[in-house]
Design a protein. Sequence first.
Length: 319
Amino acid sequence: MNSIKENQIRQHTCKSWDDFISKVRNEQPTIKRGSYHIPSKSVIYRGHANKDWTLCSILDRVLMKEANTTEQKKVTHPRLNGRTELFHTYCDRILTNFRYASHGMQNTYPNMPEDELWALGRHYGLLTPLLDWSESPYVAAFFALLEENKQWQVGSSNTKRSSSEYIRIWGLRSWENSWKDLEKKDEFEFVLITPLGMTRQRAQRGLFTKLLSDGYVDIENYLKSRELAHCLETYDIPVKYSSEAITDLNLMNLTHATLFPDIQGAAAQANMDNRLLEQEIFHRNVLEPEVRKQIKKLKKGLLKKQNTNNESVGIQKKK
């Protein structure tokens, strides 16, 4: 166990995928309270394809993007300029529209609580103030790799990869039961509810955080303002180990088919298997013949050089 530094994010740069596994297993920070060193009681994880991305909900990202693309740059995120009511109006409008559009559909019911409806919508791409986390660092790593390799995403035909050299796994720790040391009503909350029939969330061991604080849109700076940055940790993993990581995660039974246990997940798994098969075919039909050709050429050159040397030795002996 190692004692943490108050209000500082713990950062780990991993040399490889195996190094990440070792570090995340052995990370057991303690916090000093009086003469005691208290270990953390809970930890959750989130994966990012780019280590520069902040802990910010998809709704906050969209609002920030709109603010940054405004011509006169005079528009800011509603929560950053004292217009919190406007932000809540956005949320109410999104949730009302979703409630109306999903009425009578599977996994919904009349008067469904707001947080449960947010959680349900989040799993299907709804703009929400929720941020996804998992109790498993390996599930978080899967999603970081999923985002880094866009062609592996559920429902995606994108073949681009991110430009980052590292993926990042975030950890968020608590030293109290039920996240009481971090929660602050109407400011920073944990959404632990699992919507009816939400097999994806169960498979992913998922939960959510909801940041509603005035003045902050990312969790890092928000927790720093409360002198709680030590509750955060990061693990940066080199992108070049993506294939090795995916192979390991599949051996752990972490695949599209298991984390998205529905038709969409099955289709994504089939697409991923097909792409891996294409890579194998390319390797066998293109790379391996080229390698064999180069080896043959190299052997031929070495043999020719050896014959030349033998001839030189023979001439010297005759002399």
